[in-house]
Design a protein around this ligand. Structure first.
Ligand SMILES: C[S@@+](CC[C@H](N)C(=O)[O-])C[C@H]1O[C@@H](n2cnc3c(N)ncnc32)[C@H](O)[C@@H]1O
Length: 220
């Protein structure tokens, strides 16, 4: 790579005060990078979209879209209304854009060579992630602020700590070979206490206990 090319600045935006230094990006090359580039296997991509119920009413956001495989699969196989991708890596974004153009998918797929922490997620009905647990934790407050009720978040391999998945029971994730898929729905995911299914006997015992506590609480 020539030194000119190495010096070239991308359009990537950074948190205030930070500037992008490298053209070729890996994990940790910029302060805002929360994951290296590792593509999700196609069978896992399809299962993620299937489990999340991706369909014609969805606007999918892939945060850290890599080579765009989730975007293309969502549009071409699940017929979602629109798919939007963000990635810090300019080469990956350029190649996604070339593919979008060659397939005539402008308007259905948009890719931004930008930091997804600065994206507006208010239009997203389905967010896909393959980042890291710490990356997901950093995104959680943004999800809680910006995502509309009913939006789903599906994450490959890494959970969102502090959120409750839609899959009741243990394990709380879906399994595809050695891969895990965590599925969440806003706002229910934010409720820390999920009702635990109980047998009728347990339920009546719990009702009695609750009554005792309530009586105690009201001074009876
Ligand atoms: C593990 S790859 C996932 C690629 C794709 N979503 C998939 O599942 O195949 C993670 C991607 O996130 C990108 N990334 C990491 N932090 C980012 C940030 N703050 N903004 C935009 N992209 C980011 C990386 O450049 C990398 O391409």
């Amino acid at each position: 790579m020539s030194s000119d090319r190495r010096r070239k600045r991308s359009r990537i935006d950074e948190p205030v005060g930070a500037r992008v230094r490298n053209y070729s990006l890996g994990w940790g090359d910029t302060p805002s990078s929360v994951a290296p580039y590792v593509p999700t296997p196609m069978r896992v991509v399809r299962r993620m979209l299937e489990l999340a119920g991706a369909g014609a009413d969805d606007v999918v956001y892939d945060l850290g879209c890599g080579d765009g495989r989730i975007l293309f699969t969502a549009v071409e196989e699940f017929d979602v209304k629109k798919a939007v991708g963000y990635d810090l890596n300019p080469s990956l974004c350029e190649s996604v854009q070339r593919r979008v153009d060659s397939k005539g998918l402008r308007g259905r797929i948009e890719v931004f060579n930008e930091n997804f922490f600065l994206a507006d997620l208010s239009q997203a009905t389905l967010v896909t992630l393959y980042l890291t647990t710490s990356g997901n934790s950093k995104l959680r407050p943004k999800f809680e602020k910006e995502l509309q009720d009913g939006a789903r978040v599906v994450s490959h391999d890494f959970p969102i700590h502090g959120w409750t998945t839609m899959k009741a029971g243990s394990p709380d994730h879906f399994i595809v070979g050695s891969h895990r898929i965590y599925l969440y729905r806003v706002p229910e995911a934010q409720l820390t206490e999920r009702p635990i299914p109980r047998s009728p006997e347990e339920e009546s015992r719990w009702r009695r206990i609750r009554e005792v506590f309530l009586r105690f609480d009201s001074g009876c």
